[in-house]
Design a protein around this ligand. Structure first.
Ligand code: BES
Ligand code: ZN
Length: 586
């Protein structure tokens, strides 16, 4: 037996799935998918097969020729879910499983019409990373196992079904429509993605269009208009784009992340629609995953930094190419500030600040933080600075080409660097970067002129003329660098001068509200309560709930808000917020 992924029952000595043929009927009234999954093996197999499932009702398991197969669904384990064990007769090519999902499926959020911007139709979407695909389809839910797939989704005819795959056809039959998709490239299961709702699209360029609910489509098309130049710039750095199209789907407010790099159809939070294109670095980030993550994939959650560290690195290079070194430097500096805070917050759990982690027995959602992103980024920057751009850029291209469509470990990465850039790892003490907690002493301090201007302020508040010129990133950096608790008089002055409580840009608004709540500044609490009911992005919910729950005077408010809004949060966000409230309970 060889279980190579601590978060999957997949056993590498058993037959490995290489193709999924999926059919599912989307039933909004019962909030379930009634599905049939045919899993074809890379080579015919015999004997035991263990699959990952979570909260699935298994109706039947069939072998070649439709023969019913003996199987057992084990009782659920907290992190992994339920193992589905099947005995395969000699030389089985494929198994077919008929099943239904649970209304509580951890990947899925079922929205009522009132939770959409149109208000007339329900909406369904998935979020499978890290280990939620198993709540949608029974499979080997480890990124080591790459699959191609075909899908047939049956949905109410007034809705569109989108998948992160290539569109094949749509056929309407009475009250129902069947939409077919195909994913001809081998992907890790966490990139399986679907969304069903009232959706419309607008072309952004020859390879891109944006999808959204009709009410936000124009706004989204304006905000993301630069996507084609991003693609061109990314290709210059990383090589040809291998996924054909790069479309975007603007999600409902409750989407728990900023963006999710679902291949061919990146999902993005509507909080990016700031009206000034100031948050499009998230699009650059998801685009960069088309190489670092979707082509070269982490073998399991312990190597997650390979996905995110490389992607932040590429994101900032794209940003530098499009907006200049100054802007990219400022974002990198903000990243470092937030990383330092994250590391401080993990004083009791230093093991969560390693790059190469050991997450057996730990839920990747609970361990999720900025560490793999920003520490990973700084590590790669250190390597880049040590060998020089002239050597590093070709190395990056070679890395992507060497491991395209493979799922790799940190150790494989290390071997590759040793071969391509001999001696470089030792020189920068990669041992400390990868295997020791905290931030190594040789971490680069990203620089920018605007950052230095900001730092000159010291403890003083920005003057009116100065603050008026600031971008959202400068505002976040200023607010996040202010010592806590800030004086009420200072906060009052700041808000009067710059109308921070009224900001529509969430990066600025949340940095401000978190500072105010952490400083016990009561006048913002009404706005905080409102925000907790209007967004579902964890990056914004978590700091606000944490700040509220930490202080005795606002702990009850945190609880009350959570009870009031929890049904509107995605299951993953719900779980994360529950953990925060529990940790900070009186
Ligand atoms: N792949 C991640 C989101 C993710 C990670 C979902 C782990 C589930 C588990 C995505 O690419 C991401 O990093 N999003 C960031 C964007 C940011 C760093 C620019 C986010 O959601 O904030
Ligand atoms: Zn990412």
């Amino acid at each position: 037996m060889a279980r190579l992924d601590p978060h999957s029952y997949n056993d590498s000595t058993q037959p490995q799935i290489s193709h999924l043929a999926w059919r599912a009927k989307v039933d909004f009234s019962s909030r379930t998918l009634k599905g049939e999954a045919t899993l074809t093996f890379a080579a015919p197999g015999t004997g035991p097969l263990d699959l990952d499932t979570r909260d699935l009702v298994i109706e039947g398991v069939f072998g070649d020729g439709g023969k019913p197969l003996q199987h057992e669904l084990f009782k659920p384990e907290p992190i992994l879910g339920s193992r589905l064990h099947v005995e395969l007769p000699a030389n089985t090519k494929a198994v077919t499983i008929t099943y239904a999902t649970s209304p509580e499926a951890s990947a899925l959020q079922w929205l009522t019409p009132a939770q959409t911007s149109g208000g007339k139709h329900p909406f369904l979407f998935s979020q499978c990373q890290a280990i939620h695909a198993r709540s949608v389809v029974p499979l080997q839910d480890s990124p080591r196992v790459r699959i191609r797939y075909t899908a047939e989704l049956t949905v109410p005819a007034e809705l569109r079904a989108l998948m992160a795959a290539s569109f094949v056809s749509r056929n309407v039959n009475g009250a129902w429509a069947m939409e077919r998709y195909e994913m001809p490239q081998a992907i890790p299961p966490y990139l399986l993605a679907l969304a069903v709702g009232q959706l419309a699209s607008k072309d952004l360029g020859p390879r891109s269009r944006v999808w959204a609910e009709p009410a936000v489509l124009e706004k989204a098309a304006w905000e993301f208009a630069e996507v084609d130049s991003m693609l061109t710039s990314a290709e210059k750095l990383l090589g040809p784009y291998r996924w054909d199209r790069f479309d975007l789907l603007t999600m409902p407010q409750s989407f728990p992340y900023g963006g999710m790099e679902n291949p061919r159809l990146t999902f993005v939070t509507p909080t990016l629609l700031a009206g000034d294109r100031s948050l499009v670095n998230v699009v650059a980030h998801e685009l960069a995953h088309s190489w670092t993550g979707n082509l070269v994939t982490n073998a399991n959650a312990d190597h997650f930094w390979l996905n995110e560290g490389w992607t932040v690195f590429a994101e900032r290079r794209i940003q530098e190419a499009l907006e200049g070194a100054e802007v990219a430097g400022l974002h990198a500096a903000l990243g470092r500030r937030q990383l330092e805070k994250t590391i401080e917050g993990f004083v009791d759990r230093p093991e969560l600040t390693l790059l190469r982690t050991h997450y057996e027995g730990i839920d990747p959602d609970d361990a999720y933080s900025l560490v793999p992103y920003e520490k990973g980024y700084l590590f790669l920057r250190t390597l880049e600075e040590s060998v020089g751009k002239k050597a590093f850029d070709p190395f990056l291209r070679k890395y992507v080409d060497a491991f395209a469509f493979q799922s790799i470990t940190t150790e494989q990465f290390i071997d590759f660097v040793e071969k391509e850039l001999p001696g470089a790892l030792k020189k920068i003490n990669s041992q400390a970067w990868l295997h020791e907690p905290g931030l190594p002493g040789n971490a680069p301090a990203p620089r920018s002129v605007r950052l230095e201007e900001l730092q000159k302020l010291g403890a003083r508040l920005p003057e009116e003329a100065q603050g008026k010129k600031w971008t959202p990133a400068e505002w976040s950096l200023c607010l996040e660098s202010m010592p806590r608790p800030a004086k009420a008089a200072d906060l009052e002055k700041l808000d009067a001068r710059f109308k921070l409580t009224g900001r529509g840009n969430y990066e600025v608004l949340i940095s401000w509200l978190a500072l105010a709540v952490e400083s016990g500044y009561q006048p913002v609490l009404g706005r905080v309560e409102q925000v907790l009911g209007e967004v579902g992005r964890m990056k914004y919910l978590k700091p606000l709930y944490t700040a509220l729950a930490k202080s005795e005077s606002t702990r009850a408010l945190a609880r009350r808000c959570f009870d009031k809004y929890r049904d509107g949060y995605h299951p993953i966000a719900r779980g994360g917020l529950e953990a925060i409230l529990k940790k900070n309970a009186a």
